[in-house]
Design a protein around this ligand. Sequence first.
Ligand code: CUK
Ligand code: CUA
Length: 765
Amino acid sequence: MNRSMKLATLLATASFGVLAAASAWSAESLQDVMKRRGLNEKDVLAAAKTYTPTGKRDEFLVFSSGGQSGQVLVYGIPSMRILKYIGVFTPEPWQGYGYDDESKRILDEGSSIDGRKVLFGDTHHPALSETDGDYDGQYLFINDKNFPRVAVIDLRDFETKQIVKNPILKSEHGGTFVSPNTDYIIEAAQYPAPLEDDFVPLEQFNEKYRGAVTYWRFNREKGRIEPENSFSIELPPYSQDLSDFGKGPSDGWSFTNSFCSERYVGGIERGRPPFEAGCSAKDTDFLHVVNWKKAEELFKAGKGKKINGHVVIDLATSVKEGVLFLIPEPKSPHGVDVTPDGKLITVSGKLDSHTTVYSFDKIMAQVKAGKFSGKDEYGVPIIDMASVVHKQVELGLGPLHTQYDAKPCVAYTSLYVDSMLAKWDYCEGKVLDKISIHYNIGHLMAMEGDTVHPKGKYVVALNKLAIDRFNPVGPLHPQNHQLIDASNDKMQLLYDMPLPLGEPHYAVAISADKLKPHIRYPHGTDSRTEEKHPASVRAGSERIERKPGKVEVFGSVIRSHITPEIIEVTEGDEVTVHLTNLERAQDETHGFAVSKHNVNLSLEPGKTASATFKANKAGVYPYYCTEFCSALHLEMEGYLLVQPANYKAAETAKAKEGVAYTQKDYDGRVKANVDTQKVIDSVVGYITSVNYKDFPPVVALVEDATDQLNFAKGAKEKSEDFAKKADWQNAMLWAEQWFQYQVKAADIGLRAKTYLEQHGAKKVQ
Ligand code: CUK
Ligand code: CUA
């Protein structure tokens, strides 16, 4: 069978495959399958609620913390299918994150501290950007508890664009949460420490150790945090915890919990009881209530002082200017969550069976009247708890976090100790339903459940333990995210999803239709700056530039070759390879790896990325594309030749080729190409005979196929020129390249044809 015949056979089987699959489907009934797999009706109902047929998409996308991995996970609801890991605080090889020069600039800077590299990230709370309190699908933020820092991810390409290190905190937890228009991103301290970097003995804990909340200014047009326009407020040395911004009537205020307001400093080895005893002795801790709009005014008026180059408003100023108030909250509190209407604030105490709902109106009444029950040791006014409580509701043991439902007054709260999730009415203060989860739920996530317009429908329990839920894989168990149907009065457990990454504390879910990511980058984009890459090239302008000790390659990749294919350098040279992916086709990513040099790029269509390395050892190093991008992917290869310093080319004569071609070879190749063209023409004929322009994915495929056919034309002309000169070697090789472009065009054409057939394309006249 010659090659064009193979293509014709492919064309025929492409439509036949659909029929074959349909007949296999009817062999077993639903009852048969239920019996075979031991499923009951409830299981099948749960399956029907989550199963997402092949080719169908999810209604919501989840951004989950990847815990110690320092990454963010993206998965769909209701299918629970994982779609992506986003490299944030740690290198991610597949995406080239932390390998290409462009992302290294972000990650190296963002993970360097005092001359050390921090190679993990204890990520906790992702936050989506908001407009008027609703998710807008533009940006994602996430914090690192261990090395206090915050990252910005652009949801046009799901890539990390910026990491800002907190200049005054030594650990943090209450971040990231955004103000209703994403003007600020909050990051609150966890374990108190001196705000300066000096050593201070623990004996001076009360005097010199401090907490703080940082308000990072976000510039939405630039898509970046502006450290110079950001500030912090100093807080007493209580262990600050989760935070939330007010909204609606409470806009302009923020709320931060604390535990260990006992200011206990532990010391088992000194014969003292451990932290856990000393930090939970009191019945209440403090909710910090912050007038951040006022704090912003003070910052702008220059009322702060600089610590490590960052402006901090000290406690005395906050007290004097009415920025900071405290309210007692029971007991070892954890989550603080403002209701969608911004009127109420829910706080759960881990060691209290109640969840407390505070009224923002009542808090403001006390503040305006100047009615305080006292002051703490740092002079911060304390508001009497009873005077501002709206309701206290007994939900169960170990309440932690609260999210809101689409129905007014309905909330969901996680119960860590009980391993349950409670659905309750925070207006009336009564429990509506409870469901067991497996096991020890930490955070929970309702769809857009921390916005002003929650979407209801589903809740996900982010469990701390999985114990026996999955096949055992050793003592370190997977994490367990459990999907719960929340669309009816009674909640129903639908699905257990194991996550093989660090502890994902929190996740946020957004309606999928709010996300509009790029299909491809504009030609030659540096994805990290989101600007035209100065080293990008167009087809034909690839080149190698040499300076003493330096070699710079301006290359390209496109199915199925890397330009250049030979890079010659001298031992000791510093080599930079910039590669631009010239593809316009969806999903045609190429990779680039060089033997033994830790060079690894991911080049999505339109992207330009660079790798700089030292060619420190003479030798022969193949390089190649790491993504199976086409039938001739394995041939997408080249050689880095590192010559010894004193090397002189001994053999200047033309290298002998493996095979010598004749006119007969050339004529045979051309005849096959002409036949192939007929097959392509028939596919093109089909596509243009139907309403393909009504199908945007097909329009993109047609554009791509047109590119390939134009390349084929170029190669054809070259082969004919050489044939005229009777240079059969070059004529034959260019005719072969002409055929390679035809194969790519045919492959794309087939994809388009199959799509049209499956999507009911109609004949046009
Ligand atoms: S946290 Cu609450 S259960 Cu938000 Cu870090 Cu883990
Ligand atoms: Cu490009 Cu494989």
